[in-house]
Design a protein around this ligand. Structure first.
Ligand code: AMP
Length: 290
């Protein structure tokens, strides 16, 4: 690490040279993939890697292939200097911040598609999304080849997609999931929260509160459909429009849970809904063991 912050590399060759040097010293390496605009959620992943590993690499790359044509790729918050200052505060060793051509060279023609866990939920309204994520994460894992890579449960479906691809493609990296970091009022931290108007920011915690109420009702044994209908109404009344989904799914397979919650099967509540121009997503376990 250079004084004042992590060293920054912009090419795969430089990343690999550094990782090779660490390997020669038998150091354990953690990777935290991000799109920058770092907040305490990202930094909790950095902290986890710093605890478990000898060296921590944080990638910062706003991946164009996971954005649809009408999505917010151009306006996505970017601020490398701020990000590097935050990483310096946590002691991260290396930032990998490639440009677009380094990741997607001319003629790039390969994609990674994960079936099963990538179906439903976010893929309904963002059909391009998981292929973009799976492709870039596969590349990042192979570029760095860390011992462990850290991802947030905040994007739980994404985490399951990444677990699946690492297993299926025999990528020798342990995928570690970390709990969602929330604001004091329950709103899950997200780079996109910066888009919320002051009024929307006040309404935003209703998403988490509604999921908590759904979880309570399911634990009481209420029928899932009635509980979710009530939850969707609560979101609509609080100004969420549209509600992309509010669903209960098995935690491992993400298979839909139809009738009533069964305490023997870990399950989670998943929600995605819009406030103004901002799409919020979140998820929580129905019970603590989920
Ligand atoms: P992003 O920069 O949004 O692609 O996120 C990079 C990583 O940070 C992903 O693994 C996310 O799941 C994780 N992450 C984002 N928000 C949070 C949060 N509030 N708590 C924990 N992890 C998060």
């Amino acid at each position: 690490m250079t004084a004042g912050g992590p060293e920054v590399v912009r090419t795969v060759a430089d990343l690999r040279a550094q990782v090779r040097a660490w390997r020669r010293e038998s150091l354990r390496i953690g990777l935290v993939p991000t799109m920058g605009a770092l907040h305490e959620g990202h930094l909790s992943l950095v902290d986890a890697s710093m605890r478990d590993c000898d060296r921590t690499v944080v990638s910062i790359f706003v991946n164009p292939t996971q954005f649809g044509p009408n999505e917010d790729f151009d306006s996505y918050p970017r601020g490398e200097a701020d990000d590097l200052a935050k990483l310096a505060g946590r002691g991260a060793h290396l930032a990998f911040a490639p440009n677009r051509n380094e990741v997607y060279a001319d003629g790039f023609a390969t994609t990674v598609t994960v079936t099963g866990v990538s179906e439903g939920l976010c893929s309904v309204t963002r059909p391009h999304f998981f292929q973009g994520v799976a492709t870039v994460v596969t590349k990042l894992l192979l570029q760095c080849l860390p011992d462990r890579a850290y991802f947030g449960e905040k994007d739980y479906q994404q985490l399951q997609v990444i677990r699946r691809l690492a297993r299926d493609l025999d990528i020798p990296v342990e995928i570690v999931g970390a709990p969602t970091v929330r604001e004091a009022d329950g709103l899950a931290m997200s780079s996109r929260n910066a888009y919320l108007s002051p009024e929307n920011r006040l309404q935003a915690p209703v998403l988490y509160r509604t999921m908590c109420a759904v979880a309570d009702a399911l634990r009481q044994g209420e029928a899932i459909k009635a509980v979710l209908d009530r939850g969707r109404r609560a979101l609509a009344e609080a100004g969420f429009e549209p509600v992309d989904y509010l669903e209960v799914r098995e935690a491992g397979t993400l298979a839909p849970v139809a009738d009533a919650w069964n305490p023997a099967t870990p399950a989670r509540i998943f929600a995605a809904a819009w406030l103004g121009e901002t799409r919020l997503i979140d998820n929580i376990p129905v019970a603590a063991n989920s």
